[in-house]
Design a protein around this ligand. Structure first.
Ligand SMILES: [Zn+2]
Length: 326
């Protein structure tokens, strides 16, 4: 077998037509993941999601093998724009990514924590009176359940439309409607678990870069950032009217999502091991790791993608709960 080291390929010119490995051909046609690359400046990344060329050497900075991808029998997996020459190098890179994501666990939500209470927003707008607010708060306290907006609607102090608008004002985000919601097309945006557990509804794509995501009570900036980084799209969060949200979510949970493996890891090491195993088994043409609250989410693209939204059938997810060692 011909072995070519990094130093020996330096300066030589090899045209793509000279490539003989059929496995490499498919990677070449991959859309440039420019979208991903530009948005991922938020956190340190090793490069764009998809690889641009075929002449890369192993992306593990500590690798000493000197393998150049072109001459290695394995052309995949590709993780965060870089190829790993061996399982050991995949493990090193995934461990670094797990560390990076766990280190970045503080803060995104903190910036959004201090909000004017919903009752005050409606009072300021002149939509309710002091007496109505007091009555609703008393009822909420006595019942020990229900949201303030629900009590105000129940007591006929305000309409649901006004509650939705007040939530949008409170969070400085738009009201989003469920018209034209294509649940099946949106299923590949994120694992079903996130739609269920975090109450997020991917709604629609505007142009090929802007994704609208609906929430019932308030945006989830951690999840929105994770989706932006994972898909290379800009995510605009908004409030969906309460009476539309539950049926919309139920409809969404009923469609087909990409296959997902759920892992509960007891340590950072165990999490890394699960990711390496999945990556080496699937050998994806692209993959990325992001954190969503107490989960680490590895997404793997098995085939080059043709559009801005992932294709449900060629995407695999692994979601690993890291709550136990946080
Ligand atoms: Zn290596």
């Amino acid at each position: 077998m011909l072995v070519l080291t990094r130093s020996s390929i330096q300066g030589s010119q090899i045209s793509p037509s000279q490539l003989s490995d059929p496995n490499l051909g498919s990677v070449q046609g991959m859309p440039a993941a420019g979208a991903g690359a530009s948005r991922t400046a938020v956190r340190p990344q090793t490069g764009g999601l998809f690889r641009g060329g075929l002449f890369g050497s192993c992306a593990n900075p500590a690798c000493r093998s000197g393998w150049v991808q072109l001459w290695r029998s394995r052309s995949r997996p590709i993780f965060e724009g870089g190829w790993s020459c061996s399982q050991a190098c995949s493990a090193a890179r995934l461990h670094a990514a797990v560390r990076r994501e766990l280190d970045g666990r503080t803060g995104v939500r903190d910036a959004h924590r201090h909000r004017i209470p919903l009752g005050l927003v409606m009072l300021e707008q002149g939509w309710i009176t002091q007496a109505q607010l007091r009555r609703a708060l008393d009822a909420q306290r006595a019942a020990g359940t229900g949201r303030l907006g629900q009590w105000l609607v129940r007591q006929r102090a305000v309409s649901e439309v006004r509650v939705t608008r007040a939530l949008a004002l409170q969070w400085s985000c738009p009201v989003l409607l469920l018209d034209y919601h294509d649940a099946s097309a949106m299923a590949a945006v994120m694992p079903r678990l996130f739609v269920d557990a975090f109450g997020a509804l991917p709604l629609r794509l505007s142009g090929d870069r802007l994704l609208y995501m609906g929430f019932e009570q308030g945006p989830d900036p951690v999840l929105a950032l994770a989706v932006e980084q994972m898909l290379g799209l800009r995510v605009e969060c908004g409030i969906v009217p309460e009476s539309d949200f539950a049926p919309g979510q139920a409809r969404m949970l009923d469609v087909g999502f990409p296959p997902v493996e759920l892992v509960e890891a007891v340590s950072e090491r165990a999490a890394t091991h699960a990711f390496v195993r999945a990556l080496e088994r699937a050998r994806p043409v692209a993959s990325r790791l992001v954190r969503v609250h107490d989960c680490l989410w590895l997404r793997m693209w098995l085939l080059p993608q043709s559009g801005p939204l992932p294709e449900t059938t060629s995407v695999r997810d692994l979601v690993c709960s890291v709550g136990a060692f946080s």
